[in-house]
Design a protein around this ligand. Structure first.
Ligand code: THU
Length: 136
């Protein structure tokens, strides 16, 4: 077992629960929080298309509801030949609870494909620090 096998298994299990009747593109995400707990999520689409939510958003909600506020690493799994890297909005969602060095692992059904840092996917990002360093 590699160090991310447990994350991959959790993301795969969540992907299996995805509600994606419109795109038919099922995505799973799993976060290892700083406390070591694993939280997962899947995409949940809606007949009113823009209301749908991404797997990463679900996993982050589960983490926050579970009392954790720091992402140690996150893994996203999706089907197809392309890397299922997080959408722009989800990169920003991850940013809220991560550091520039936080690993973002991208997997396909067969396993890990590539790992990035948050900084690589969202350079020069805007985060909580930007708000605390404003002079009164
Ligand atoms: N999707 C995710 O859940 N995460 C990603 O990283 C990329 C896209 C979902 C949104 C939508 O339900 C479907 O995949 C097709 O875009």
């Amino acid at each position: 077992m590699t160090v991310i096998d447990d994350l991959f298994a959790a993301a795969l299990a969540a992907q299996n629960c995805a509600h994606a009747p419109y795109s038919r593109f099922r995505v799973g995400a799993a976060i290892r929080s700083s406390s070591g707990t694993i939280y997962s999520g899947c995409n949940v689409e809606n007949a009113a298309y823009p209301v749908g939510s991404c797997a990463e958003a679900g996993a982050i909600s589960a983490m926050v509801a579970g009392g954790d506020t720091a992402i140690g690493e996150i893994l996203i799994v999706g089907d197809g030949d392309h890397l299922v890297t997080p959408c722009g909005a989800c990169r920003q969602r991850i940013r809220e609870f991560a550091t520039p060095a936080t690993p973002i692992h991208i997997a396909g059904p067969e396993g890990l494909r590539q790992s990035f840092t948050l900084e690589a996917l969202l350079p020069h990002s805007f985060g909580p620090d930007n708000l605390t360093k404003v002079k009164p």
